[in-house]
Design a protein around this ligand. Sequence first.
Ligand code: CA
Ligand code: CA
Ligand code: CA
Length: 297
Amino acid sequence: MKFPLPTILVPTTLLGLLAWAISDSADTQLEAAPMFIPVMVDSDGDGMDDVMEQNYGTSSATTDSDADTIGDMEELLRGTNPLVWDDVSTLPLAIPNLRIHAYTSGADTTLQVSTLRQAGLTHIQLFWATLNNFQRVRMSSLAHLPNSHNFYSVASPGMQLETYRLQIPTAALLNQQSMAVAVKGLVDGQGYVDQIQFSVHEGILMEFRRDATPTPQGGGGGLFPTDPGGQIPEEARSGEVCVQSLTQVGSIGGGQVLYQVSDSFCGALPTGICFSSCSAAVGDSVVGIDVIGLLAN
Ligand SMILES: [Ca+2]
Ligand SMILES: [Ca+2]
Ligand SMILES: [Ca+2]
């Protein structure tokens, strides 16, 4: 069986940054029972919900998992690793940012839009894309769904962390094999956009993380299940993630780009999963959905 990754958009230059050791214990089968942790619960009040903390390996009992004085969610927005101690005296000053993250617990998936800013976040827009459809999501159509809007103080002088959370039925994401959600907004008056790309494999909702995924080893991108406690097929190996290098071979138009898998392997990353068919994907052609590209048209 080929590993279906029709939505993964991975600039090869980014994957060139990835480096980690292959785990010797990679053959361990994951036998975890499903865990249903309530969504939109942030026990330590750092702007990162408990399920999201579990997904990233951070602690839901302390705001600053690595005790470097920068909070866990603030680190994700600054691009530093919340699991690796950073010397704040040598770090560049924080700059504004806008990010979208997702996590699943049971039947619920939460989309979280987070911003690190001085003055404020305005003109927020959400966009939704599948292989056949691209649309702006009307906020009024989401008003009935559980949501929250919160503010947090942060270590960066003069800045504040602001989050919007929206709870949607996981089933709404599972009925598409490939999809992407983008957020666009003005942060301190400047335009920002971010997107999260999903793919469904054997009923599991997966997200692609392209940037510094927090791990004790450093970071990297790849496919991760959005539900840290969900059932995973027997062919999947826990503690690893399927990493693919994609080379662009053509443009289809309509925001879709054709890639060929030039490299594909299982790499050790806590909370990741890898399928035995991962490496068999080399040579496959895949279609990437680029919402940001669509927005630029
Ligand atoms: Ca938290
Ligand atoms: Ca920290
Ligand atoms: Ca850190």
